[in-house]
Design a protein around this ligand. Structure first.
Ligand code: ADP
Ligand code: MG
Length: 595
């Protein structure tokens, strides 16, 4: 007798559950998505043991008719692809396997009531066996309650993979936060062991970002709106000095679906890389809308990955949206730097004061965002020879009007820091960091407008590469020549280098080409040459700019402040260090107990 057989339905469901239901967070995700797909405007999630022993989601959506209840639990049964078109999906779900999968590994009860029925109905599934529908009073009004108990009791091997309650709760809240961000007009309540841990009412997208990602994020991010072709990108992008060691402060949504996508993370990295120290990550919350037929949602069982049909366009649009936006905003510096600075001030010990609360300020408002004229003379102005070597150890000017965001210079400390006063705040500016950023921006602009100047090699360099590397490099020859690197095929196995970017004349060319080939292989595109060029410009800017330890006159300080205001990203130097910090008058008052 053959051992070949069709698997029993419950085993098939358990196999599917292996992919779809990894941990409590996956159950929460699937049943919350179902409630959102059904049109819920308010939903409530209740958890016990981080969802391991109990999860319920109650919604106020359209409900499920009594006769449809068993079908909801059948594999491959869905109400969400009416015209069989997988490229026209407007719902979060469409695979029709979540409830069947969950029911095969946990105890599931489905209670539901449609608007015109007198009471609700309930079915239960335990160990793959479904009960007949019985009346239920659990649903008030109309809507659905899905209860999932004893997750993985039917597949004990999976139980062993579950983490501690706090780690599972972190994963649960991440899923809930992402869905809450995508559906701001829906009210969410979450309780764990009868303790309310999240409660948000229906609100605007901006308010929701604030409720979920918090005040610090909102204060250190700028709203963004960009349209590139048929793609619309909205949301928030964090300012560069608000950076993190991980990319977990980056949230992406594609057509209202929370996604985790390598391409989007990569695009964000490229957009920020110029303004951030290596290895740090920007924060953002981006909502991308594009025609449905251009995204394939059906590439991952849990539907958190997507595939873009025109991936290069998406990547370019995200980079352009973030960069363009940050570049056009007035200088901003992260509020947490100012707070940290004030918190570090101490009073002399022999100066007792009655005990009070912490001296750290409660809040800082983001600076107002005016528009400032672009400065083009920054490079000339901040290169070393232009500042006279007069000695102005500390100078004070009175009654001078506040000219811009950074206010009026009042003093220079240690020949390195400018203190300036604006309306209700004051700034400490690192003169070298600020000048360096301006020199760099101006060199970069020069490179963009006038092109990269090439240095032809009198004796072309002939380099042998492995065949695959050679092919990759030759394919990119056109793009490389735009940056001043001219290569062509030589003989059957070599590459001839005819010209190199003039500012990279000391860089070993073979190593550079190998790095470029590595990028081409990994990403299908290389930013190595551009990175090298920018790094070089950054070094030139660093050495060429006014230094630490240089005394400045008040008019010079004033000129520097005005130029900072006019330069994109001048709130930090090229190495991602802040170039100025903002402190409030209120924080001084607090420090001296005047409030
Ligand atoms: P999918 O979401 O991919 O369709 P599911 O197994 O998650 O598959 O759900 C199966 C079907 O059950 C859905 O298509 C929907 O018709 C119905 N359903 C599930 N949850 C709800 C709910 N909360 N309200 C109304 N209908 C629901
Ligand atoms: Mg579903």
């Amino acid at each position: 007798m053959s051992s070949l057989r069709l698997l029993p339905a419950n085993l098939i469901n358990q196999i599917a559950a292996g992919e779809v239901i990894e941990r409590p967070a996956s159950v929460i995700k699937e049943i919350t998505e179902n409630a959102l797909d059904a049109g819920a405007t308010s939903l409530s999630i209740t958890l016990r043991d981080a969802g391991k022993s109990f999860i319920s989601v109650t919604d106020n959506a359209k409900g499920i008719a009594k006769n449809d209840l068993p079908l909801c639990l059948a594999r491959h049964a869905t109400s969400k692809i009416p015209d069989d078109d997988l490229f026209n999906i407007s719902s979060l779900g469409f695979r029709g396997e979540a409830l069947a999968s969950i029911a095969s590994i946990a105890r599931l009860s489905l209670h539901s009531r449609t608007p015109n029925s007198e009471h609700g109905w309930c079915i239960n599934v335990h160990g793959g066996e479904m009960t007949v529908a019985t009346p239920s009073v659990l649903v008030k009004g109309h809507g659905t309650v899905v209860e999932v108990a004893d997750l993985f009791y039917a597949t004990p091997a999976r139980l062993k993979f579950m983490k501690s309650n706090p780690s599972e709760m972190t994963a649960n809240m991440e899923v809930i936060h992402r869905l809450a961000l995508a559906y701001p007009h829906v009210a969410f309540k979450v309780s764990h062991h009868d303790k309310m841990i999240l409660e948000v009412s229906a609100e605007s997208p901006e308010e929701r970002v604030m409720s979920i990602l918090g005040k610090t994020f909102a204060e250190n991010a700028l709203p963004l709106h960009a349209q590139v072709g048929d793609m619309i990108i909205t949301g928030f992008a964090g300012i560069p000095t608000y950076n993190h060691s991980q990319s977990n402060q980056q949230f992406f949504f594609v057509n209202d679906r929370p996604v985790k996508d390598k391409l989007l993370h990569m695009a964000t990295k490229l957009a920020y890389q110029d303004y951030m120290p290596h290895g740090r990550h920007g924060a953002c919350c981006l909502f991308i809308q594009l025609p449905r037929e251009l995204v394939d949602m059906n590439v991952h069982p849990a539907k958190i990955e997507v595939r873009f049909q025109r991936s290069q366009d998406v990547r370019d649009a995200v980079i352009a949206a973030i960069k363009g936006h940050l570049g056009s905003s007035a200088p901003l510096t992260s509020t947490h730097l100012g707070e940290a600075a004030v918190a570090s001030f101490t009073r002399p010990e022999n100066f007792p004061l009655p005990p009070r609360q912490s001296y750290a300020p409660q809040s800082y408002a983001a600076p107002s965002r005016g528009s400032y004229a672009q400065s083009s003379a920054a490079y000339q102005r901040y290169t070393a020879p232009h500042y006279a070597q007069e000695d102005h150890p500390v100078a004070i000017i009175e009654n001078q009007s506040t000219e811009g965001l950074l206010g009026t210079p009042k003093a220079q400390l240690f020949n390195a820091y400018i203190i300036s006063q604006a309306e209700d705040e004051f700034y400490i500016v690192d003169q070298h960091a600020a000048a360096e950023r301006m020199t760099y921006e101006s060199l970069k602009k020069q490179m963009e407008h006038q092109g990269v100047s090439k240095q032809p090699l009198l004796i072309p360099e002939i380099i042998t590469f492995p065949e695959d590397v050679r092919a990759l490099l030759l394919e990119a020859a056109g793009e490389l020549s735009l940056f001043g690197l001219e290569i062509s095929s030589f003989g059957v196995s070599d590459i001839m280098v005819q010209a190199i970017p003039a500012i990279l004349k000391e860089t070993p060319i073979k190593g550079l080409l190998m790095d470029i080939a590595e990028d081409l292989r990994a990403e299908g595109h290389s930013s190595t040459l551009k990175d090298h060029l920018l790094a070089k410009l950054s070094t030139i800017a660093c050495h060429g700019s006014i230094r630490f330890g240089r005394p400045l006159s008040l008019p010079e300080m004033n000129a520097l402040l005005r130029d900072i205001e006019a330069t994109p990203f001048s709130d930090q130097c090229n190495h991602g260090r802040p170039s100025y910090i903002k402190l409030s008058k209120a924080s001084l008052e607090k420090l001296f107990e005047r409030t």
